[in-house]
Design a protein around this ligand. Structure first.
Ligand code: G3P
Length: 217
């Protein structure tokens, strides 16, 4: 299972990279705005800065919602760095753009996916990744993990190579349950990765080991 971090914060990206388990980064316009990154040139530069920190794929989202605009922006983003994956929303023009990018060797991440039907369309268009937003489904009393399981079943039925990128992950149990279901990738905040470290028996066990060592030395 690949671990992506879902942030545009360079310090957090560095921290996750230093842990040695990071496989990539996802961003979106809201995450960029949260870091105060505005203006096309600054945003493009920030993507390159992120690529220079991590070894893996970095999702960069198009803003246009028409086919021609998405293609123009996506080609510009893909030119920035070979780690860039063009993030395209699950709308009709987006499906056409994903197909175009697939045919032209540009990797894509189909975002804002909330149903199995949308995930099926993304795979048919050849998306590299599909991003079902599980936390946002949970927010409206719909089981996000059930969607991951449905997509896994459908993709396995037909051997689709599109990778399931569980997005809008909020906490460690999302990560663990996505791993149990077989999501290919999860993207979440640093806390969802670092939270996996924690166990009180690890802490008390280590404390005891160190105390016992001190007694004999
Ligand atoms: O990866 C999708 C993500 O950025 C959305 O997360 O927590 O805003 O639902 P959230």
């Amino acid at each position: 299972m690949k671990f992506f971090i879902d942030t545009a914060n360079l310090d957090q990206i560095k921290e996750a990279q230093d842990l040695g388990v990071l496989d990539g980064v996802t961003t979106n316009p809201s995450l960029m705005a949260k870091e105060g990154i505005t203006g096309r040139n600054n945003i493009l530069k920030h993507y390159v800065d992120i690529c220079n920190i991590v070894d893996g794929d970095v999702s960069a989202e198009v803003i246009a919602t028409d086919f021609e605009g998405m293609v123009k922006e996506g080609e510009e983003l893909a030119e920035l760095h070979n780690q860039i994956v063009v993030k395209v929303p699950m709308i009709k023009e987006g499906v056409k753009a994903i197909k175009y990018f697939t045919d032209h060797g540009i990797r894509t991440n189909c975002t804002l996916v909330f149903s199995a039907g949308q995930a099926l369309l993304a795979a048919k268009a050849g998306a590299t990744y599909v991003s079902p937003f599980i936390g946002r489904l949970d927010d409206i009393s719909t089981d996000g993990l059930e969607l991951i399981a449905d997509i896994r079943l459908i993709y396995d039925n037909y051997g689709f190579e599109t990778q399931i990128l569980a997005a809008s992950v909020r906490h460690t149990m999302h990560v663990i349950n996505c791993a149990k279901i077989g999501a290919d990738v999860m993207t979440g905040p640093l806390s969802s990765i670092e939270g996996l470290l924690k166990h009180p028996l690890t802490d008390s066990g280590l404390k005891q080991f160190l105390e016992d060592y001190k007694k004999g030395n």
